[in-house]
Design a protein around this ligand. Structure first.
Ligand code: AMP
Ligand code: MG
Length: 310
């Protein structure tokens, strides 16, 4: 159960360096959450705007107490049900939490990942901030090779193969009377409502002052244009990669997902990146909606909508 982490990664974190590591969602660019110089390196390495706060990754729920000023009962219930796992909770912060982590907000986002490498690295060091380990603007990394492509040898990378979920965590604000989803993820609205026994809301504002600051940035974009399939598209067009839900066609530029939305989520960013490598001009995705019984659909729609927008 406990995986061994090469001492060089542990030392690097302790000396204030950044280390990229796998989580079950995407790879993270990790740095000690209590070291301002290390956090500055995360922003610099990624080219991340400084008004976009970071998620603190813990190895044990008790570590929340060092960052959050209080833990609402709803959060307790959700932690028992979903941690370790892809659910980030936003708490009111303690005054000691570094401004670089929260981008000056009075709240702090925390999650406990389930990936064993991530847990072991954190347990051997400190809680880590870990935004996605990509250059700002490129799709989030779901494979070691993606991190390597963005940073080459400039950061240490722990190879953990492909990530399981493939999309970033659900972000849930638990500071108000009614919890609010700030970013959809594989843990869905209904999953959370079932555990809490109450309705929750979803922040779908893309306003100038969104509750989840990261939402205003256009992430997840390859160079190829991302489009929803429509009647103008031609499957013979070899400059387009087609991601389809159900098709009989077998062609190198057509991937059939057979309505497996979990697989589509797991592979989406890799398809985006590989499309650029293969020289496709467009990635064309067959439209779908939440009629299908999969909790990841709102998250998938959110990421694809962001990628299709200009
Ligand atoms: P990333 O680490 O790139 O997956 O992005 C982290 C996400 O968490 C972004 O969408 C942030 O805006 C969001 N986030 C982090 N901290 C907070 C916070 N204190 N309040 C609201 N959203 C947050
Ligand atoms: Mg990111």
């Amino acid at each position: 159960m406990i995986v061994n982490i090469d001492q060089k990664y542990i030392n690097a974190i302790k000396f204030g360096e950044v280390v990229a590591f796998p989580t079950e969602t995407v790879y993270g660019l990790g740095a000690d959450a209590w070291n301002p110089e290390a956090i500055a390196k995360v922003f610099k390495t990624k080219g991340r705007p400084s008004d976009n706060p970071l998620i603190v990754h813990v190895a044990d729920p008790s570590q929340i107490n060092d960052f959050a000023s209080s833990i609402p009962e709803a959060a307790q219930l959700l932690i028992e049900e979903f941690w370790p796992g892809p659910l980030t909770l936003v708490f009111n912060k303690r005054p000691e939490v570094l401004d670089a982590v929260t981008a000056g907000l009075n709240t702090v986002a925390i999650r406990m990942p389930s990936n064993e490498i991530a847990l072991s690295l954190i347990a051997n060091t400190n809680p880590l901030v870990a935004p996605s380990a990509n250059k700002s603007g490129t799709p989030s990394p779901t494979k070691y090779t993606h991190v390597k492509a963005d940073f080459d040898d400039s950061v240490l990378i722990i190879n953990g193969g492909s990530t399981q979920v493939g999309l970033e965590s659900t972000v849930l604000d638990v500071t108000g009377t009614e919890p609010m989803i700030l970013r959809p993820g594989v843990i869905g609205k209904e999953d959370i409502e079932r555990v809490l026994g109450q309705k929750i809301s979803v922040d779908d504002s893309n306003s100038e002052q969104p509750k989840s600051p990261g939402q205003k940035y256009s992430h997840y974009k390859p160079k190829a244009e991302i489009q929803w399939l429509n009647s103008d598209h031609d499957l013979e067009d070899s400059s387009s990669l087609f991601l389809l839900l159900n098709t009989e066609f077998e062609q190198s530029n057509i991937i059939n997902y057979d309505q497996d939305f979990d697989l589509l989520a797991r592979e989406l960013y890799d398809r985006f990146r590989q499309a650029d490598i293969d020289g496709y001009k467009q990635v064309v995705i067959e439209p779908f909606d939440d009629r299908y019984e999969s909790t990841i659909i709102p998250a998938l729609l959110n990421r694809i909508e962001k990628a299709t927008s200009l």
